[in-house]
Design a protein around this ligand. Sequence first.
Ligand code: URA
Length: 210
Amino acid sequence: MRRNFHLVRHPVVQHKLSLLRRRETSVTEFRALVGEVAMLMSYEVTRDLPLTRKRISTPLETLSAPVLKGEKMVLVPILRAGMGLLDGMLHIFPSARVAHIGIYRDHRTLEPVEYYFKASKTLRGRDLILLDPMLATGNSAVAATDRLKSAKPRSIRFLCLVAAPEGVTCFHKHHPDVPLYAAALDRKLNSHGYILPGLGDAGDRIFGTI
Ligand code: URA
């Protein structure tokens, strides 16, 4: 059992993930399924968000009703595949703010390089959800989390569809305090950094760049 690693075992999530993995799933289907799984997983990833109470009136009475506590949450897709998870999350959290982070791996040094970052100036004190469908080596997720932590948010959570054991180990070596949510923990990485059995290149399958 890995600490701070949450496998979302819901049967509908598992079923849709199996459809995503199939080689013959079309771009149209893949894109829709990624959105549906993101929507379903949004419940799990936010299940411990703090609540406060607010006085409201129903047509019949007033009551002190539970509402989410604090500023609007911020969704942070890692470009480009993380964008595939964004719409599904926004269906459930339509007023969430969105920050974008672009990271690539330098082929010479193999180190992650940030090439784009655009966020509201006020990440401080907010709840952030970092989005990337595949947690492979973990290097991009670590670099993105380093960057986000420097903005002093209230919390960071990481949501992916498929994680490799190597990525989970790497991520939690650097950020043991950040909970990871995944629909599957696969077997291993191959020599090109792809997850086995995985689902292939998530960005290519979402954007049809195969
Ligand atoms: N990124 C992907 O899109 N797929 C993998 O298997 C690994 C990284």
